[in-house]
Design a protein around this ligand. Structure first.
Ligand SMILES: NCCCC[C@H](N)C(=O)NCC(=O)O
Length: 539
């Protein structure tokens, strides 16, 4: 009887996993919006006149306020002062607000409006930022790209604040329980969000045979409304939990400026942060161009509009098969029985083959690239489990960086050799994307759980905020640089599907090389200082 009275919401597995599902689904929607324009870069040029520089500047703007106005640091302070549920609702509302502005910028009603005229004439020079060479706008940038960038900056504040808040929320509900698994599952769902975006953004832009890029953004906005509703439901669950535990919100890890000194004096912290910014700069910014890169390097035969493969229902079926791939791979992680585990894996692999075949038949770059996060959904929890029980995190970081170099160099030099060979090109693309997906499982699974080994437990929240901030510098800079390098190296190309991506890809491979050497150095430092990165988390 006494036992029953003491039970709180988080003691019930169903309740704590429901809380996780609400937060994870909200992040799933956020990750969809992050890349909502990425698979339709070509349409942004033909429909809104955004060249690669405008596209890249807009894409990089997501992290601008986080980096240059230090919003991420403020977000950490807000989270510490106001707690998980308030900050979660705030981040959901901020994301939605920013998304609405972005929607208006790319909508038909913006064209010819007074606002378009105003933004065409203004915001070409930002005092201070221009002098430092970090302005989010430039002379000649299309007005729609400027306003979309403003919306995306606001959205970016919400999404990064959401990222920190969700991690803290997971700790609150899962501390002492299945915490690593919960974090891995949340990340897996976020990866599925990226795949969803790759398939549905072009689907909505081209729905019904007419092209309207704002439909893709509207799809993202609707999802963010749903995300906000889920966060509000979470708010009430979280409040109920606090009333049961008679606890105030957990504020055991408040951010203090003095903590920064302790964190910044840790050599291990710097190495991990550098590796993080280098590695993620070669992944997230690449995601924003990958579909266009495939359009430019693969030879597609136009599928007739009235053919079976061009129909909307095939897109939906392909998406359902994608969910089967992801669910099968994810579920296989939890099967204790070996036979069942093998069955789930085989089902997932078969579904993946069917998915890939459909992508090839549809001659669709976006559905080819959508396999990228699928492997991560399946293997991130396995790798997380491996780090928990066997260790080898630093080795995994080195290996992940090596795979990254291999993939970007393959995209740069080997894939273009297959131009003209339809099947050959698609096979090389699928294999390289899947290997890149494996790299994208290795590094996050090893990197994030290594942070607690570098700093004292009480400053871990601040350490994560700082790593995110350093990471955001790269996420701001590299979409912009890729766009600029593309424009510079393709001066007379007007067809958005005929760009040469060699130099941007070499640049990303170089980031991998730098990450690789830092990973090797980290291994040396780990051994010398006994940080324990190669040790299992659970002994
Ligand atoms: N704003 C979209 C990117 C989120 C980046 C975030 N700071 C992060 O690193 N998340 C971890 C991950 O592996 O997705």
């Amino acid at each position: 009887m006494t036992e029953e009275i003491r039970k709180t919401l988080r003691d019930s597995a169903a309740m704590r996993w429901t809380a996780l599902l609400l937060l994870a689904l909200a992040m799933f929607c956020a990750y969809i919006f992050v890349d909502i324009l990425s698979p339709i870069k070509d349409l942004m040029l033909t429909q809104r006149g955004w060249d690669s520089t405008a596209f890249g500047t807009m894409q990089g703007s997501e992290t601008f306020l986080n980096v240059f106005v230090f919003f991420l640091i403020f977000a950490g302070i807000i989270l510490d002062k106001m707690g998980v549920r308030f900050t979660a609702v705030l981040s959901g509302a901020v994301m939605l607000f920013g998304a609405l502005i972005k929607y208006y910028a790319v909508s038909e009603s913006f064209i010819g409006s007074g606002m378009e005229a105003w933004f065409t004439a203004h915001l070409n020079y930002i005092p201070g930022f221009d002098e430092l060479g970090v302005s989010p706008f430039y002379e000649g940038m299309p007005a729609s790209a400027k306003v979309a960038a403003i919306g995306f900056m606001i959205f970016g504040c919400g999404t990064e604040m959401g990222g920190i808040t969700v991690s803290r929320g997971i700790v609150k509900w899962f501390k002492g329980r299945e915490m690593a698994l919960a974090m891995g599952s949340e990340m897996a769902l976020a990866r599925l969000g990226v795949a969803t975006c790759m398939i549905f953004s072009p689907f909505f832009a081209k729905l019904g045979g007419s092209i309207d890029v704002s439909r893709s953004v509207a799809f993202g906005v609707v999802l963010l409304c749903i995300a906000l509703i889920m966060i509000i439901v979470y708010f009430f669950m979280d409040k109920k939990l606090d009333s049961q535990t008679h606890e105030e919100e957990e504020k055991d890890d408040p951010f203090k400026i003095s903590d920064l000194g302790k964190i910044l004096s840790s050599q291990g912290f710097w190495l991990v942060s550098l590796l993080c910014v280098l590695y993620y700069s070669a992944i997230f910014p690449f995601q924003k161009y990958a579909v266009n890169m495939l359009q430019c390097n693969l030879t597609f035969t136009a599928v007739p509009e009235d053919s079976f493969w061009a129909s909307s229902s095939v897109t939906i079926v392909q998406y359902v098969i994608m969910i089967i791939v992801a669910a099968g791979a994810f579920a296989s992680n939890f099967q204790k029985d070996k036979v069942r585990r093998v069955l789930f894996t085989v089902a997932s692999v078969v579904a993946l083959v069917v998915y890939c075949y459909m992508g090839y038949m549809r001659q669709s770059a976006e559905s080819i690239f959508a396999v990228f996060p699928l492997l991560a959904v399946g293997i991130t929890p396995i790798l997380g489990n491996y780090v928990d029980h066997k260790g080898k995190a630093a080795t995994m970081l080195v290996l992940g960086s090596l795979l990254l170099i291999f993939c970007h160099l393959t995209f740069a030099f080997i894939l273009p050799q297959f131009k003209g060979s339809e099947l050959g090109g698609v096979v090389v693309a699928y294999v390289t994307i899947l290997v890149l997906g494996a790299s994208f499982s290795l590094v996050p699974a090893a990197l994030w759980p290594s942070v607690p080994k570098l700093v004292e437990p009480k400053i871990i929240g601040s350490a994560y905020a700082l790593i995110f901030w350093i990471q955001n510098i790269g996420l701001w800079l590299f979409p912009l640089l890729i766009g600029k390098v593309l424009d510079k190296t393709n001066p007379n190309v007007t067809d958005p599907t005929q760009l040469n991506y060699t130099w941007p890809l070499v640049m990303l491979a170089m980031l991998g090389v730098a990450a690789f050497f830092i990973g090797l150095y980290l291994k040396v430092i780990d051994k010398r200082k006994g940080i324990g990165l190669e040790e299992p988390n659970i002994k």
